[in-house]
Design a protein around this ligand. Sequence first.
Ligand code: AMP
Ligand code: MG
Length: 333
Amino acid sequence: MLPFPHSPESEFALAAVEAGVAICKPIYAGTDRGALKKTDASPVTIADFSVQAVTAAMLADHLPNDMLVAEESSAALREFENGGILQAVTDAFSRHHQPAKAAAVCNWIDRGSGVPGERFWVMDPVDGTKGFLRGGQYVIALALIEAGEIVVSALGCPHLDEQLRPDLDGSGVILLAARGSGAWLRRVDGTAWRRLHVAAQNQPHLARVAHSFEPTHTNHDLLQALLAGLETSVDTIPMDSQAKYAMIAGGTCDLLYRLTSTGRPPGSECIWDHAAGALLVTEAGGCITDLHGEPLDFMQGRTLAANEGVLVSNGTLHAAALEVYRRVTEKAG
Ligand code: AMP
Ligand code: MG
C-alpha cells in the first residue's frame, strides 16, 4: 500500500527501491562485494550493476515508454578479466527478476544510458558506493523528472532505522515522496507509513550540519570556514550518500552544504546524486537550491551544469545559510 493515491509511477518507484534493497543486502553480507575501479577511479560493485539492471527491466514491465538515466554502464563488466563479476551480476538478476544470460543483463544495464529530456527516470543504483564497501551508509535512489520538475522519488536506505539512525543490522527503511503528497517513511519489513517533517530549528549556531564522509568529496577548508561562519558548536554529521537528505527530511539534521571538491569544475554534480533526495526534502517542508540560492536545473543533461554546489536545509535556516556562504566566499575572494 502507498501512503498517498496510487499511480503507476509511485508504485514502480517503491517496487524498484524495495528490489534494490533486497539485492544489496546479501551482496553486502557476502564475502566478495566485487568492486571494480571505473575510469574516474571511483568504485563500482556487483550491487550497483545488479540494481541498475533489475530497475531497467522492471521499468520496461511497468512503464515501457519511459527513459532511464542511471549512473552505471556495462563497459567494464564486458571485459574478459571481469567475467566473475559479470557472472555474479547475472546470478543476482536471475534471482531477483527473471532468469537471463549475461549479455542480456549487460543490455539491461545499458538501458540506463538514456538522455535526459521531457520525462525521464534518474537513478543512482548504489549512491555511496564507498560507504557500501566500508560499512557506512548507502542508498538506492530513484526519481521521475517531468518538464524539469521532480514528481516522484524513492530512497531505499538499508543502513538506517525508523528514527533515521545508522543501523547495520535492521531491515532498513524506504522513503517515498510524490509532488504535493508529502514525504513518507516506512521500514522495509513494515507496512505503516509515517509522514516526514523537517526540524523547526531556526538558530544557525545550533544547526546540525551533515557533510560527505569522504574528505575528497567536499572542500574541507571551505566547510570549516562555513561552520565558523554559522558559529556552530554542534558536532557535524559525516555521512555517505543521500542518507543525508533522508535525515534532513526526517528532522534529525538541518543543513547540508554540498561543496565542489578542490580541482573539480563547478557544475559537475551528477543529477542522480540529488534528484531523489531533493523531492523528499521539499515535500517534508525543507528547501534545496545551489550555493547561490538558484533552483537546481535538472534539464541540463547528466550533470547540474548550470548550478554551483548544492545547499539543502530544513527551510527555516536556508536564507541564513546562503548568507553565511556569501559572506565567507566573498571574504576568501
Ligand atoms: P557522498 O556520499 O556525499 O560522498 O557523495 C557520493 C556521490 O557523489 C557519489 O555518487 C560520487 O560519484 C559523487 N561525488 C564524489 N565526489 C564528488 C565531487 N567532488 N563532486 C561531485 N560529486 C562527487
Ligand atoms: Mg552516487
